[in-house]
Design a protein around this ligand. Sequence first.
Ligand code: ZN
Length: 246
Amino acid sequence: MRIALLADIHANREAFEAVLARLDKHRIDQVALLGDIVGYGPDPAFCTEKAMELVERGALGVIGNHDAAIEGDSSDMNSIARAAIDWSRGRLDAEHRRFLSGLPETLRVGDALFVHASARSPRGWEYITGPQEAERSLRATDARFTFVGHVHKPQLWRLTGLGVAIGHEPITGFEIPLAKSFVWLGVIGAVGQPRDGSTAAAFAILDLKRQSIQFERVPYDHFTTCRKVREAGLPEPLATRLLRGR
Ligand code: ZN
């Protein structure tokens, strides 16, 4: 079973389409959307509809904090994120909003758990920024593999027998074996708003049979997305972020 892991699409149509086109090369059985389909980007309706189509055809999807904020409370977001959520609400119809707010917090396929931020508290939206946060997520579940998004920087962690989280380099384009003797946490970089210094869309391929993960990047036309962010009147840092990849 090969599952494509896509996180943090963030209403970026060009990045989403580039990743979906690339999946044809990867012999995928399943797609898992790890949350934040909307927010920040200029194409919330298109990306929500595409996600709805995928879920209708059997894809998995969990809720992200931006998806939850569309129908819920955005007061704890920073002013830029909140401005984009307010703008996005007006571009989504009732069906889009129902779909986004109705996404489950977690999903499990065999040994693999999918959640947007951390297994410790799916609605707590904790960021995995270091070994302590990784350890807290790893200890919170009996799943051998947990896959999250939220941070927009690819990471790979394993929990040792001593209960310590050790980080691994999430090298792009190589199949990384997930050794049986450990419990693993993969943080998938963002499709639609990378923050690790690369402008290319990030995703990953999980192979449950071979017990491996492969982190991937796809360059896309981020200049067009940047132009659309500006034309929409969204906050300028959301445009420059796409140009810098951070
Ligand atoms: Zn996000």
